[in-house]
Write a new protein. Structure first.
Length: 163
């Protein structure tokens, strides 16, 4: 359990007061007793990283992608349920892939470059948002799609299916 943690005194102090690392092992300063009862508080790797960086006086923050990843990691059990990833992929509004598809189609038809540039400028990198139902989710049986969508809605504590 302790092997993956950084062997730094800040981390040892978080695990147990009066503790430090010695030869890669946790060492506790205590008085001699017949029985020992230690209340260990093992930090997560994220907490250990935070302790080490703060002790070094470094300021840091997660990038935009890191913040998204951290938020998703708390919800990861839902995201790996049957059909949830497929439902998300189906419900995602098309973006640049759809624009590229339309531009290739225009090129194959022989449209002028100016027309293609006008289309790209009109898009501005975004497509129209689409709204779909569970029946529209391709590749998933209706009930599986409904359960996957319900799991996604429950991430925010909202239910869309009456029971």
């Amino acid at each position: 359990m302790l092997d993956s943690l950084p062997k730094r005194d800040e981390v040892a102090q978080k695990i147990l007061a009066n503790a430090d690392w010695s030869n890669g092992m946790l060492q506790v300063r205590t008085s001699v007793n017949r029985f020992f009862d230690f209340d260990l508080k093992v930090p997560s790797l994220g907490e250990a990283l935070d302790l080490v960086l703060r002790s070094a006086g470094l300021e840091y923050s997660l990038s935009d992608k890191g913040r998204i990843g951290a938020a998703l990691s708390a919800k990861s059990s839902v995201l790996v349920e049957d059909g949830v990833f497929e439902a998300v992929a189906e419900l995602t509004t098309p973006r640049s892939k759809e624009l590229v598809k339309q531009l290739r189609s225009m090129r194959e038809r022989g449209d002028e470059d100016a027309e293609m540039m006008e289309l790209a400028a009109r898009w501005g990198g975004r497509a129209e948002r689409r709204y779909r139902t569970a029946a529209d989710v391709k590749g998933l049986a209706g009930y599986t799609a409904m359960l996957a969508l319900e799991a996604l809605c429950n991430l925010n504590g909202r239910s869309v299916v009456s029971r």
